[in-house]
Design a protein. Structure first.
Length: 589
């Protein structure tokens, strides 16, 4: 019998397999065990992105996943795929309901945790410590293996910390960006043309925003910090999508981000429970993550949650408890009120997803406790009009919500300090892995990515794809057989490699791109350190030169990004020393 795929040993060693079963010739010669993974069945018919049956099927599966995650709901009408699904928050067992100060247990050994503390203690600047902890050591921790028992890894980190100790911690003083008024107006107009999905609608009018370039120059007008933050964020987001040639692109990014960060202190001191402040918070969470300041981003997120609660985002559907009552109330809602409720639902689920991201990626505690909210899933179109221009937004919402629920379930389990060596734990992790794989199979983000026609839709697909890759790595490394292993399993390394390869090809294929550093820091840090560890383990495998070339490309990208942005320098130095160590391994083969 001949298999259609190579055996696992030949795949790991990257050698040709004759795919014979029982054992292939390479395993027979080596006297090794020969095993084959079951091949994933392909669907015979690829469905189009606009097929409404996909939404119906996804919503049904989302309901089943809610049951699995103990998210109570009422069944949606099968004949109306956009009917909101009621979600009872008090059925979620989150760590935040009992203790908001507990961090998830570390995957590193006590010796590894002591090593992290020792390395960070050498860095005197608190901001640099925070960046290293969030964007380096949290990523290393998610590899789930004995990273700090590898001599090459320790040596590279030690060399990086030695260089970081010499950095000048003094911040660079920045002036407001010198952006021509006509360029600013062009970007504002582009923002209103491209971003105006009802789920996230800017609370400032277009006429006012278009007048702001003149108002900013007037000595008789002083705009409040909230309006300025929204203004500069609008310019920043439109700038990132602008395909036209822009002089001093990196300096423009630095100035826009730096100006917003400078405004943040004043803004946080006078923030109020207004929709404008909530929108500014959403924008600044993204901006601060792009600026490698996860602690400030977390502070802003914690400030945004009470604002959203005061504005009713946590209680949109608290008066709807059963199907009959919900149906009768829905009939009484005006179209405008229905859209407003859907918009709040959409933004609330974005808030919940953001919290799960902070918890998974940066080890932050849960702050949205179980029983504190009652919010249905929105109609994915928000307005009830299924327009082609919003299809990728709808797809992103449905896929990302399923990923969020899986993440919440995982974080909930890990916060209970489970016995990871039980069959029940292993089966649970396998179930989470299967669900992520199912999400990727249902939506096929790789195929969707090839069908996008603008950068916004590309971002939606990128987020689904790379979030899925990251979660698969975390889940695989949470399995008992992997947590305590010196060696990373084939599946983990292959997923990390795919994620990095796809990210590189995406950025290389975009003309005059400004992808920013967040694409790497938020999505590729874990895959990057997985590949670093696998290379520095110097295992007997082929293909190491290609992997070293891959991490070298990312090292160069981060180095270029850090030249004009001092806050990235500490991350760049760690990546540079890890890359050098990998290059030495490749040369020594």
């Amino acid at each position: 019998m001949t298999q259609s795929l190579s055996c696992t040993r030949c795949q790991a060693k990257k050698i040709r397999c004759n795919r014979a079963d029982p054992p292939c010739d390479k395993c027979t010669t080596a006297g090794a065990q020969c095993t084959y993974l079951p091949r994933k069945q392909r669907t015979l018919k690829r469905r189009a992105v606009h097929d409404k049956d996909i939404l119906r099927e996804i919503l049904r599966r989302l309901e089943r996943l809610e049951d699995h995650c103990r998210l109570g709901h009422n069944t949606a009408d099968e004949d109306d795929i956009h009917r909101s699904m009621s979600v009872e928050s008090d059925n979620i067992s989150t760590p935040g309901s009992s203790s908001t100060n507990e961090l998830p247990p570390s995957a590193q050994s006590p010796a590894g945790q002591a090593m992290v503390q020792s390395l960070l203690a050498r860095v005197k600047d608190d901001r640099i410590q925070s960046r290293l902890h969030s964007h380096v050591f949290c990523a290393i921790d998610k590899t789930g293996s004995r990273f700090f028992e590898n001599e090459r890894c320790i040596k590279a980190l030690d060399a990086a910390i030695a260089r970081i100790e010499q950095l000048d911690p003094a911040p660079t003083e920045l002036s407001p960006p010198a952006i021509p008024k006509e360029t600013a107006k062009k970007w504002i107009n582009q923002y209103f043309s491209n971003y105006q999905f009802e789920g996230f609608r800017i609370p400032l009018g277009k006429d006012f925003m278009m007048a702001m370039p003149e108002l900013m120059e007037s000595p008789h007008v002083r705009l409040d910090a909230t309006s300025q933050i929204i203004y500069y964020n609008v310019l920043f987001q439109s700038f990132m999508l602008d395909g036209d040639e822009v002089e001093a692109r990196n300096q423009t990014v630095q100035a826009l981000c730096g100006t917003c960060l400078k405004l943040a202190e004043e803004w946080l001191g006078q923030i109020q429970n207004t929709s404008a402040d909530l929108f500014a918070a959403f924008m600044m969470i993204s901006m601060t993550l792009e600026s490698c300041d996860s602690d400030l981003s977390w502070k802003i997120f914690k400030t945004a949650c009470p604002i959203a609660r005061a504005l009713g985002y946590f209680s949109v559907d608290e008066d709807q408890h059963d199907c009959s009552e919900r149906s009768s109330r829905t009939e009484e809602v005006s179209p405008h009120e229905g859209i407003e409720r859907n918009r709040k639902r959409f933004e609330f689920w974005h808030i919940l997803r953001t919290e799960s991201h902070f918890r998974l990626s940066f080890g932050k505690p849960a702050i949205i406790s179980g029983g504190s909210w009652a919010v249905n899933f929105p109609d994915p179109t928000i307005t009830g009009v299924d327009h082609a221009s919003t299809r990728f937004i709808q797809i992103h919402f449905l896929a990302s919500m399923r990923l969020t629920i899986v993440t919440m379930r995982y974080l909930d389990i890990m916060a209970t300090n489970p016995d990871t060596h039980t069959r029940a734990y292993n089966d649970t992790i396998d179930g989470l892995i299967a669900e992520v794989q199912k999400i990727m199979s249902d939506w096929n983000p790789e195929e969707l990515l090839n069908s996008t026609t603008n950068r916004i839709d590309t971002w939606f697909c990128v987020d689904i794809l790379f979030s899925s890759y990251k979660m698969l790595i975390v889940f695989y490394q949470s399995k008992p057989s992997h947590r305590d292993s010196h060696r990373l399993p084939y599946h983990t390394v292959e997923i990390a490699r795919k994620s990095l390869q796809r990210s590189r090809s995406l950025m290389e294929a975009t003309p005059r791109p400004y992808w920013g550093i967040s694409l790497i820091l938020l999505h590729q840090s874990i895959p990057l350190f997985v590949l670093f560890h696998d290379i520095l383990g110097c295992y007997d495998r082929e293909g190491i030169e290609a992997d070293v070339a891959l991490v070298t490309w990312f090292d160069d990208y981060i180095e270029v990004a850090s030249r004009d942005r001092m806050e990235l320098k500490c991350i760049s130095l760690v990546v540079r020393e890890m890359t050098r160590a990998c290059q030495e391994v490749a040369r020594g083969r």
